[in-house]
Design a binder for this molecule. Structure first.
Ligand code: KG4
Ligand code: ZN
Length: 379
């Protein structure tokens, strides 16, 4: 079954066709990052206007091989309302024009499908087994979605079932990266720059000007923050805080204090050169990564899981990948990470998940509104 997926929840306009939930036949992503860079963050009106301009071209490109389409899937939440509207309307129109069913998909749940996507662009028809495996074989699983908008731990008792067990009470991990980079004048989006500068710091480089070079550097196998660097807070929310909304404090995080701690630190001790800035960035990254690893380790002790499934833009972070691999090894569960091209927002994850999970379909999907605050597990 070929499902065409459309994604437009934030600043990527994307369309993909996926066969039987896993085999990616086409995957087109138009990223608006350069449009938002001058503002240091996503500007909703700029985003929705760019979606309007690009969506038809992106869909046409994804369909250019003429693959038959059996259904259309689309992100209807969470995300920016004005961005979601563009993709949802395009998907409604396409479903009517092709006379195939429409399926509404949850963006966060879709991020957790990315490790199971097979990279079949080169191997159409053959399904390699080395990369990921049949999702149902890994249940119950612990899922961690880490992106610019979300930091959520979910219990997945069966494939397509999601129950939130932990989350951030304020900023998402990606936001914590982005805000720090803005504060330090490192540009947008902040996560990739901080990852690169931290790589440079741990390798003791003298020159931080060449992004391409920094990107190739590996993190040393064991990392210990030198004494001179600040220890940023690990974001433990107080038990009993109303914002926990019944969730266990030991599985939740608060990243807003981290950014404030960085602000105060920079005011008192402004970095005087790139090497000092890189040290600061490395210490800050250790706090975010350490926090995510800590809560994940706690969650893995709560239940006997068969896998740790991780998705979202922040899962591109090299240091996070290493720490999560350690945490998964300690808990004796396989770590399922997506190929880098599927970590950020894309439509292959939407088309893929729709094969297994249909939040809304049929007449209801054709009438559905965008849901900017949709949570994992919502119907
Ligand atoms: O999943 P995504 O593309 O969009 C959302 O659904 O939010 O995630 C974007 C986020 C941004 O905050 C970006 O800074 C972060 O992912 N990010 C990273 C890295 N690459 C992207 N964060 C840390 N390290 C990275 N290498
Ligand atoms: Zn996302």
């Amino acid at each position: 079954m070929n499902i065409l997926g459309i994604e437009s929840s934030c600043d990527e306009t994307a369309c993909a066709i996926v066969r039987d939930g896993r085999e990616v036949l086409s995957n087109v992503v138009y990223t608006q990052i350069p449009l938002h860079q001058p503002y240091g963050g996503v500007v909703p009106e700029v985003a929705s206007r760019a979606h309007i301009e690009k969506i038809s071209g992106v869909v046409a490109e994804a369909m250019k091989e003429g693959e038959p389409i059996d259904a259309v899937a689309v992100t209807y939440g969470p995300g920016l309302a004005s961005s979601l509207l563009v993709g949802l309307n395009a998907a409604k129109g396409l479903s009517l024009a092709l006379n195939v069913p429409l399926i509404g998909v949850n963006h966060i749940e879709a991020h957790l499908h990315t490790p199971f996507l097979l990279d079949s662009g080169l191997q159409k028809g053959s399904v390699p087994t080395a990369q990921g495996s049949v999702p149902t074989a890994f249940m119950p699983a612990l899922g961690l979605a880490v992106s610019g908008g979300h930091t959520t731990w979910v219990d997945m008792p069966a494939y397509g079932e999601y129950k939130i067990i932990g989350q951030t009470l304020d900023d998402a991990a990606g936001e914590a990266f982005d805000k720090a980079a803005k504060l330090l004048g490192l540009g947008y989006p902040g996560g990739p720059v901080i990852d690169r500068w931290a790589r440079g710091f741990w390798n003791g480089v003298a020159d931080y000007s060449d992004a391409a070079v920094l990107k190739t550097l590996a993190y040393p196998p064991s990392i210990r923050l030198p004494d001179g660097l600040p220890r940023f807070p690990k974001g433990h929310p107080r038990a009993g805080t109303a914002a926990l909304a019944g969730l266990d404090a030991s599985l939740c995080v608060s990243f807003s204090g981290l950014k404030t701690a960085l602000l105060y630190h920079v005011r008192q001790h402004p970095p005087s050169n790139d090497a000092e800035k890189a040290g600061l960035v490395a210490a800050y990254q250790e706090a975010i990564v350490g926090t995510l690893a800590d809560r994940t380790a706690t969650a893995l002790k709560r239940r006997r899981y068969k896998a740790l499934i991780v998705g979202g833009g922040v899962s591109l972070n090299g240091r996070l990948r290493t720490r999560l691999a350690e945490v998964a090894a300690e808990a004796d569960v396989p770590l399922m990470l997506a190929a880098p091209k599927y970590c950020g927002d894309n439509a292959a994850m939407i088309a893929g998940l729709a094969y297994y999970r249909r939040n809304v379909t049929g007449e209801a999907a054709l009438a559905v509104d965008v849901n900017p605050a949709l949570q994992a597990g919502d119907d």
